[in-house]
Ligand binder design. Structure first.
Ligand code: F3S
Length: 642
């Protein structure tokens, strides 16, 4: 029977298990990436493992998230990252070089390889035919040390593309359509493989927009074939030598198939506050807009920004709109500067931001109170912009630019004739901001400023546990809710005692103090708990505060893996009736954990406050049970190394 592309790449990297959906498999990781917001922890964890040099084919440390330097903290982190990378064989992409995913796609990604990144939008690499997966920093640290990456073998969804995008309709509208159909939970336990005759009509950056925002489906990753379009892109990046042709067999099968006719799509937006709240721009209508932001790892390729520049050339941004642009990479930024497009943007009234994540992670450009902000980004969770009551719509660069000119949400088809962008045969190649690791690592001193605090390590799980429900929350809690980011909190990411004071800050500010006082606690959540970013601080900081278990209706994949990695027990309620038996403040007893965990399919928990019992499911593999009993992956790895 023919194989799909996912099966081919996973097979070539399979170390343990069989490719049967739902079973745990281990794969070899060829490349890793980290960004600064998760990287400091990943490298502290790598150091704790005691491996002198990375064992991957390529590992890169990017600095793109926290580039605002209003105190010493971020600068300390950047210096630590640069020195630790040099010592341990890791390339270092300096601040200013661009957003990790875009730079990686342009300069380092290789079709057919596996990439593990400590950032949830690592699947961007699927745009050139990589199996690129987002994970917690500790998983990335283990991969850098040569260890396998364990995952639940996903189902493969084939998205069969036919037709061709109409003028003014873009790749963003494709992924918004997939989100509309599959929802933010629809990709859990799945890899999305794009196939069909429509694939050839999409450029690599367009494909990368689609695989990037596949993260919002909850999917393990998304992937496109590596074809003549991929070869053309890599040739323009002076990297034709890494191209290989890759695609599904003609008789490949998929667990599920979705058909999308590209020619039937229209400009769309994701409405506040979820990436799957999709409507067409015409359905939403001409609402007044106060801010337009273009950039992020989703939509700031050369073609994206050239289109925007052409649309605003000779015009002026609407007086009620603040219009910001953050180019995704220094390559694109410099090309725009040299060909005059940057001047067109500046002349039209755009505020040019650094080539970094910036406002996407709440680092600057928070909208005014209650404002409507149209962004080309990938997430519009409540409060992520830094303004709690802002209304964020996610859109294509074309919709965003049209809106910046008119001051109301605008379908770009209303503006006139479409714009054609001539793509350069060669991109501007200059990797001087990527520093190679030292050839003499023994001479490199790792520089630790006061913001780099030691890594807290969990203790082994007790044989039985009695703990209070410190917090009870509803559905769709994101990692932004659990561990908020933004200009005030993000600089504390290398200092767990300090950052843990902000856990659940926007949900219940008393949580950190109550958890610490209790000394040992449980969190209860609803569906899709922990969706959003890969930030392991959303597990690490609650662990530091004494959280031992999280019970929900369902978990997002990366967050659940992070909980396990830090020795926190992830449990799901067996039924709605069981979930209804727990309230905040109740005291729960988990008896005989030592014996039952790993043996029984379900556990019985006693609610000491009400006297009732209820049932939960651990759904843990043998390896995961051992990790949790050891108090986390780091303890487990050390124990196994002895
Ligand atoms: Fe950065 Fe936003 Fe992407 S924080 S990595 S631009 S999702």
């Amino acid at each position: 029977m023919g194989k799909n592309l996912v099966q081919k790449i996973l097979n070539a990297h399979l170390l343990e298990g069989e490719l049967i959906a739902g079973q745990e498999i281990a794969i070899r990781i060829d490349q890793t990436l980290t960004q600064d917001a998760t990287g400091t922890m990943a490298y502290l964890q790598f150091e704790a493992m005691g491996v002198p040099r990375v064992k991957t084919e390529l590992s890169i440390s990017y600095v793109d998230h926290n580039t605002l330097q209003s105190g010493f903290e971020n600068a300390d982190d950047h210096r630590f990252l640069q020195s630790v990378a040099s010592k341990h064989g890791i390339y270092f992409s300096r601040p200013g070089n661009g957003i990790c995913h875009q730079v990686h796609l342009e300069r380092f990604g290789v079709p057919g390889k596996t990439l593990l990144g400590s950032d949830s939008h690592t699947p961007t690499g699927g745009g050139i035919g990589m199996i690129a997966i987002g994970a917690g920093g500790l998983d990335v640290a283990v991969a850098m040390g040569g260890g396998p990456f364990y995952l639940t073998c996903p189902k493969v969804v084939g998205v069969n593309l036919t037709g061709k995008l109409s003028p003014w309709v873009s790749a963003k509208d494709v992924i918004l359509e997939v989100l509309r159909r599959m929802t933010v939970k629809g990709g859990v336990g799945k890899i999305v493989e794009y196939c069909g005759p429509g694939v050839a009509s999409l450029s690599v950056p367009e494909r990368a927009t689609i695989t990037n925002m596949g993260a919002e489906l909850g999917a393990t990753t998304s992937v496109f074939p590596s074809d003549a379009v991929t070869r053309e892109f890599l040739t323009a990046q002076d990297r034709a030598d890494v191209w290989v042709e890759l695609g599904p067999d003609a008789d490949a099968t998929y667990d599920e198939v979705i058909n999308i006719d590209l020619s039937a799509l229209e400009p769309a937006v994701a409405c506040p506050h979820m990436p799957d709240a999709i409507k067409t721009v015409r359905e939403v209508g001409p609402i007044a807009v106060q801010q337009v932001l273009i950039g992020s790892c989703t939509n700031s390729s050369y073609a994206d920004l050239m289109k925007v520049a052409a649309m605003v050339k000779g015009k002026t941004v609407h007086p009620s709109v603040s219009f910001g642009i953050a180019p995704g990479s220094r390559q694109v930024f410099e090309m725009l500067a040299r060909n005059g497009a940057l001047a067109d943007l500046i002349a039209a009234g755009a505020r040019i931001l650094e080539s970094a994540c910036g406002p996407c992670i709440g680092m600057g450009q928070s909208p005014s109170s209650g404002a409507v902000s149209v962004r080309t980004f990938n997430r519009n969770f409540e409060g992520r912009s830094g303004t709690k009551d802002a209304q964020v719509y996610l859109a294509s660069p074309e919709v965003a630019a049209a809106t910046a000119l008119t001051g109301v949400l605008t379908d770009p088809r209303d503006l006139g004739a479409p714009i054609e962008i001539a793509m350069p045969e060669k991109f501007l190649i200059d990797d001087r901001l990527v520093l190679a690791p030292s050839d003499n690592p023994e001479d490199v001193e790792v520089l630790r400023g006061p913001n780099i605090q030691p890594l807290p390590i969990n203790t082994a799980l007790p044989g039985s546990l009695t703990a209070e429900v410190i917090l009870h929350v509803g559905d769709n809690i994101t990692t932004d809710h659990i561990m908020p980011a933004g200009a005030k909190i993000l600089p504390l990411r290398s200092n767990i005692p300090a950052i843990s004071q902000h856990v659940f800050a926007g949900v219940d500010a008393t949580f950190p103090d109550r958890a610490k006082k209790a000394g040992c606690g449980v969190i209860v959540g609803g569906q899709n708990y922990g969706q959003g970013s890969s930030r392991e601080h959303a597990a690490l900081a609650p662990m530091y505060l004494g959280i031992k278990a999280v019970i929900t209706r369902s978990f997002a994949r990366i967050h659940r893996a992070n909980l396990i990695n830090f020795g926190i027990l992830p449990l799901t309620f067996a039924s709605d009736a069981d979930a209804a038996k727990v309230k905040q403040g109740d005291v729960l007893t988990f008896a005989d954990l030592g014996d039952q965990l790993g043996q029984a399919e379900t556990l019985t928990v006693k609610n000491e406050t009400t006297g009732e019992t209820f049932t939960v499911r651990p759904d843990l593999t043998e390896r995961q049970v051992a990790i949790i009993k050891a108090g986390g992956l780091l303890n487990f790895t050390k124990q196994n190394a002895q």
